[in-house]
Design a protein around this ligand. Structure first.
Ligand SMILES: Cc1cc2nc3c(=O)[nH]c(=O)nc-3n(C[C@H](O)[C@H](O)[C@H](O)COP(=O)(O)OP(=O)(O)OC[C@H]3O[C@@H](n4cnc5c(N)ncnc54)[C@H](O)[C@@H]3O)c2cc1C
Ligand code: SF4
Length: 552
């Protein structure tokens, strides 16, 4: 039986060696590696813990897990799994829960084009010391990207194949962090095989997705880390012999200040979360680089649709237990078309087919009717989305490059992104043109924004926020150095014991889905941290017997 990883908040101690704030990829890596190094580690996560089977599978459950935050406007629970940040120029979707974005992402794990790291925005050491390579190796060993052996047999893959005629480039199977066979993973956790239900983006109720909650966090727990959920960190300040981490219950009902002390703090609250915590810390007097909040990138990330074409797609999840029994759907992403531009990196893009979660199924006809784009949607309402016209709905995820010119700032105490003119970034026109061609190749209509009638409007949106605490040579060019240590605002000097370890340190778009790069950079940072503090840790997988006894 799956054990909870988190402990009641009342058990939090006054001090630890290490406090990790946030529990996505960066936080998971930090907690696992430093717990293995014998440090007394505490993880503080704003969201809830979800066990397998507890993810939303029906529309009312999904609605309860939505939070909308935009300046003074906010609705939904502060611990809702889907955290939408509505901005004046661009919206951002992030995951909130123990495991962060890994709980609701599609799990595509790709390495960037090597040209990404040639950009002088990265300090030379990042690729020069060989540890990033080691980081990618360790990240892959833990999250285990795999390609579904029979991807090409899936209906949605065949539909992508038909669309690929537009480019003359056939699709390939996409590597995803999914267990396609029963396994005991390197953290010693038993995972059943993927049922190809398609619901990866509302949370895997099978336990087959290799999330941070299935991998790094159980590993950290097994090595003694203490994990606390539903606590939000407001800011950090210098304390006696280290750092003071200020937090309060996430529900906002009890604002009486609480804190915990630590020699070392790793901010791993995600691109918006870590930047937000540092911006608030600066308001409390902490000296930081003026670059804080700058260099936000949406990673050229787009979701769009095509409908009414000749190809059956079967791109709506059935969930688990399945709501509809028919053909296998497949993991959220099974295939991708890699459109690499040898001369202009920024024009390269990857086009992936995607699946919408089953809990959204009742809403889909409504969206497409209200947009007036689908005459036959009523047919779908009657026959169900699995048989009617919506079974021909193509969902595309595209990832590419932008100019990373957004800026994160505080609005009413929480992060929002300013990026005037972002909709005119060349990437959006390029992607529109590519998706229009892909839709035409299957006789379908390209649908850019079916959410135009909602509070999302027609502004760009991203699920791949990067930057805000970018890596740089010094405080003039970055917020952290190549080891993820936070600059104290003057030259290359850093605040001892303060680190940022998540997507916020990535100083530019990377043109691929970012989980693997975030994890690799975090692994690299932990190797440096261990060396700098004479700590050692091994990365050997745990075995099941050891895992079972440790869980008792
Ligand atoms: C729908 C969707 C699909 C995606 N698909 C893919 C994909 O296929 N492949 C891929 O590579 N990437 C994908 N991504 C993006 C990927 O999941 C993120 O880039 C990644 O999770 C970021 O990791 P992170 O460590 O930076 O932070 P996160 O995973 O965002 O984790 C940060 C954690 O910190 C917590 N936190 C925030 N503020 C505080 C605070 N003040 N106090 C305490 N805790 C706090 C948050 O609740 C969260 O749990 C997708 C994302 C979404 C939303
Ligand atoms: S397709 Fe279903 S079973 Fe497979 S990883 Fe995704 S949610 Fe889990």
């Amino acid at each position: 039986m799956q054990q909870r990883l988190s402990s009641p908040a009342s058990e939090i101690k006054p001090a630890y060696d290490v406090v990790v704030v946030g529990s996505g990829y960066g936080g998971g890596v930090a907690a696992s590696r430093l717990a293995r190094a014998g440090q007394r580690v505490c993880v503080i996560e704003k969201g809830k813990e979800f066990l397998t089977g507890e993810f939303p599978s029906r529309l009312p459950e999904l609605r309860r897990e939505l939070q909308l935050n935009g300046g003074k406007m906010r609705s939904g629970s502060r611990t809702g799994l889907f955290d939408f940040r509505l901005g004046a120029d661009i919206h951002v979707l992030v995951g909130c829960g123990l495991g962060g974005g890994s709980l609701i992402n599609a799990g595509v794990a790709l390495r960037p084009d090597p040209r990404v790291f040639v950009d002088p925005v990265w300090p030379d050491q990042v690729t020069g010391d060989g540890l990033l390579e080691l980081g990618f190796g360790r990240a892959s060993a833990m999250v285990r990207p795999a390609r579904h052996a029979k991807a090409a047999e899936l209906t949605k893959y065949r539909a992508l194949d038909a669309a690929s005629a537009a480019f003359g480039v056939p699709p390939v199977a996409a590597p995803v962090v999914v267990s396609f066979e029963d396994t005991v993973n390197p953290a010693g956790v038993a995972q059943p095989a993927c049922t190809l239900c398609g619901d990866c983006c509302s949370g895997c109720n099978v336990g087959a997705k290799n999330t941070v909650a299935m991998t790094y966090l159980p590993d950290a727990r097994a090595h003694g880390a203490e994990i606390f959920t539903e606590l939000a960190v407001s800011h950090v300040s210098k304390g006696e012999g280290g750092w003071r981490i200020h937090f309060a219950p996430s529900d906002g009902k009890d604002e009486s200040p609480r804190f915990v002390d630590a020699k070392t703090v790793l901010l791993a609250a995600g691109t918006l979360g870590s930047t937000e915590i540092l911006l608030r810390s600066r308001e409390h007097g902490l000296k930081l680089s003026d670059r804080l909040g700058e260099g936000f990138s949406a990673n050229g990330d787009i979701i769009a649709f095509a409908l009414g074409g000749t190809e059956r797609v079967n791109g709506i999840g059935v969930g688990y237990p399945p709501k509809y029994v028919g053909e296998a759907i497949g993991a959220c992403v099974a295939g991708q078309i890699e459109l690499s531009d040898a001369r202009h990196l920024d024009r390269s893009m990857i086009l992936q087919e995607g699946v919408l979660p089953s809990a959204l199924a009742p809403l889909l006809p409504v969206f497409f009717i209200s947009g007036g784009r689908l005459i036959g949607a009523a047919h779908s309402l009657i026959k169900g989305v699995y048989q009617g016209p919506l079974s021909h709905l193509h969902t595309f995820f595209v990832v590419s490059h932008d100019e990373a010119k957004g800026k994160i700032r505080l609005d009413n105490g929480s992060a929002t992104v300013d990026w005037p003119g972002v909709a005119d970034e060349p990437v959006y026109a390029r992607v529109d043109a590519a998706l229009t061609k892909a839709a035409e190749a299957v006789g379908a209509r390209y649908i850019k924004s079916p959410l135009a009638v909602t509070s999302m409007g027609t502004k760009p949106a991203t699920a791949h926020p990067l930057g805000g605490c970018g890596i740089g040579e010094d405080a003039a060019s970055g917020v952290v150095n190549h080891k993820s240590q936070v600059f104290d605002g003057s030259g290359e000097s850093v605040h001892p014991g303060l680190y940022v370890c998540d997507g916020s340190v990535i100083p530019r778009s990377i043109g691929v889905n970012p989980l693997l790069t975030i994890t690799a950079l975090a692994e690299r940072a932990m190797i440096h941290l261990a060396r700098d503090h004479n700590l050692g840790f091994d990365t050997r997988p745990r075995v099941r017997a050891e895992a079972d006894s440790a869980m008792i």
